[in-house]
Design a protein around this ligand. Structure first.
Ligand SMILES: *Cc1c(COP(=O)(O)O)cnc(C)c1O
Length: 399
């Protein structure tokens, strides 16, 4: 406990307090397991908010990253690079879009999408300059930049950080009529998460995304999905939008794209949209660097070779059913898709935090999201035995 205490003190003394972590200090990790500085072992059921779909330090991804480190890690975007070429081809083939633009963080990719949407609005749809609107949803989470928090509905995210970027309209998540009413001649796009992860694993009504896509098509409005958290197998499909058999105009990915080793995100669209960016209009020093691209290439290979999408679908239904079967008197609802599962506690039970702390003491790491919901999102490489072990602990804590 001594070392744990010291590191927590040091972190909080010299670092900003923009997070409220559980009192545990991690030192190393492998697969679904992590170890703290006092040698205790835990199962990671949060997976860096789905950035660790491949687990910690997946051996095949680590090996390829090491090889890449011995070749080249970063080049100026003033030059072409071998790995960027490979990445562009691989991710467009995987997703079925014509072109891509890699960035680093998820928020940067969302910003990129917003700029692209606006450029499309003025140059293609011919909306009068600077009058375009993007429709977003209540309880959205798309990142932390000043523009993105401008259309957040969470007071903590935006209070004291204005003035805000205009040009966004908020509709109720899952309510197709509100979307219909909100669309007008200046609407450029609808930006949506297929499941709201940060807001508490909110799954919209079946058919919502499909109807939203149809409305967008009818009104010449771009349909843009933020799959930063839900993408790359997390929900039991390659992308969560695939549950509804649609094809968005714009796809935003991040988190697990870097295989749990490097930050890399990307926006995908076909040439009539992505082709609108001209030299000088957008960029990022580290965007598409060879090391991150090689990690992403390895991550896409592992996703396919180890059938992580199928695993997520199978183990996810199993987890969902097992949690429902607990019939815990504390639980209001268990919901989710694939290995993205939320357990919402009854309001009278109070905060989910003490339950997360109790699970931590037993060796299982997860985190409350929005007070009443415990999010379970283990790496997709988890085995059924490991999952059963975790379910056993949840049973003890929620009984
Ligand atoms: C995490 C997340 C983001 C932001 O990604 P960062 O890499 O933290 O900037 C955006 N959208 C969704 C849905 C996310 O889950």
């Amino acid at each position: 406990m001594e070392r744990t205490k010291q590191y927590i003190q040091k972190t909080d003394k010299f670092g900003a307090h923009n997070y409220k972590p559980l009192p545990i200090v991690l030192e190393k990790a492998q697969g679904v397991w992590v170890w703290d500085v006092d040698g205790n072992k835990f199962m990671d059921m949060l997976s860096a908010y789905s950035a660790l779909n491949h687990g910690h330090r997946h051996p095949k991804i680590v090996e390829r990253a090491k090889k890449q480190l011995d070749k080249v890690a970063l080049v100026s975007r003033a030059f072409y690079a071998e790995k960027l070429a490979d990445f562009n081809e691989r991710i467009t083939k995987l997703t079925g879009y014509g072109m891509t633009l890699p960035m680093n963080s998820g928020a940067e990719a969302v910003e990129t999408a917003i700029k692209l949407i606006r450029k499309w609005a003025y140059t293609v749809k011919k909306i009068p300059r600077y009058e375009s609107e993007i429709i977003v949803c209540s309880d959205n989470f798309h990142g932390r930049t000043t523009t993105i928090i401008s259309f957040s509905t969470d007071e903590d995210y935006k209070k004291d950080f204005g003035p805000f970027t205009p040009g966004f309209k908020i509709v109720k998540y899952g309510d197709i009529n509100e979307l219909k009413k909100a669309i007008n001649k200046n609407t450029a796009a609808f930006l949506v998460e297929p499941i709201q992860g940060e807001a508490g694993i909110n799954v919209p009504p079946a058919g919502y995304l499909k109807e939203a896509k149809k409305l967008c098509e009818e009104n010449n409005v771009l349909f843009a999905v933020d799959e930063i958290q839900t993408g790359l197998g997390r929900t039991g499909k390659l992308f969560c939008y695939m549950w509804e058999g649609i094809r968005p105009d714009m796809l935003i990915v991040g988190k697990a794209l870097g295989g749990g080793l490097m930050p890399i995100s990307a926006v995908l669209a076909d040439e009539p949209i992505m082709g609108l960016f001209k030299p000088g209009e957008h960029g990022s020093t580290f965007g598409g660097n060879p090391l991150a691209c090689e990690c992403a290439l390895a991550a896409m290979d592992v996703l396919e070779e180890e059938h992580l999408v199928e695993r997520s679908a199978e183990l996810g239904s199993y987890l969902l059913q097992k949690l429902k079967d607990l019939n815990s008197p504390l639980v209001k609802e268990v919901r989710g898709k694939g290995l993205l599962v939320g357990v919402e506690l009854k309001p009278e039970v109070g905060s989910a935090r003490p339950y997360c702390e109790a699970l931590m003491k037993k060796g299982l790491l997860c985190k409350e999201t929005h007070d009443h919901v415990i999010r379970f999102a283990p790496p997709l490489v988890i085995t059924k035995e490991e999952l059963d072990w975790a379910i056993g602990l949840v049973k003890e804590v929620l009984k």
